[in-house]
Design a protein around this ligand. Structure first.
Ligand SMILES: [Zn+2]
Length: 204
């Protein structure tokens, strides 16, 4: 009986060791950052809040994610206020391969429309961020009917302070009638989520 118990313990230990060893060190880590949250509503238009749209999109990303090669992290999972510096701190603790920050644009001019992707300026990972931003923008435009406004640089804190390739996408304008119809529909939010899933599956 004791022998049997010893064998079981031994087998369990081996199993545990193997499971540690099978942790693939090459697993790609991606942080998805849903812009705003809590008392920070982000853009507001026609009864819409940017914070709700970004949360809704990341929930769709979570539902679609099934890649074993990519580990996803989220800076927020609920309608909660998390400061930009706390987001950056969390990102730099995780040490991801990529950060994707998701936002929805808002403008006084209702004609402004389309999707734009921002990258950091003059950093070690600027070129890599640009390359990734162009890929992501292409996928977003392909999947949704949003117009491309191109890849741009901006001094956003999350771009400046994250120690890895980082891109920030403004996925349409809530202040534009046709963009608003796109970005508020479940189907199109799913397409944005699919663009993210397809994009991260291509990262090496
Ligand atoms: Zn925003």
């Amino acid at each position: 009986m004791r022998k049997a118990l010893k064998s079981i313990v031994l087998l369990l230990s081996i199993g545990l060791l193997l499971s540690f060893n099978s942790n693939d060190p090459k697993k790609i880590k991606v942080v998805i950052d849903a812009g705003h949250g809590g008392t920070d509503f982000g853009g507001m238009h026609s009864g819409l809040n940017e914070k709700d749209l970004t949360l809704s999109i990341i929930n769709k990303i979570k539902a679609l994610h099934n890649s074993e090669n990519v580990e996803l992290f989220f800076t927020r999972n609920n309608d909660e206020l998390i400061s930009l510096s706390d987001r950056v701190q969390k990102i730099n603790e995780i040490k991801p391969d990529l950060v994707i920050s998701l936002h929805v644009n808002n403008n006084k001019n209702p004609e402004s429309n389309g999707v734009e992707v921002y990258v950091p300026k003059d950093l070690a990972h600027t070129v890599k961020s640009e390359e990734l931003a162009n890929k992501f923008l292409g996928l977003l435009v392909d999947k949704t009917s949003l117009m491309s406004r191109g890849v741009k640089t901006a001094p956003f804190l999350i771009l400046k302070k994250s120690n890895c390739p980082t891109i920030l996408a403004e996925v349409g304008f809530m202040s534009n009638y046709s963009d608003r119809k796109i970005i508020t529909s479940d189907e199109n939010q799913n397409r944005v989520a699919q663009a993210v899933i397809e994009f991260i599956s291509q990262i090496e």
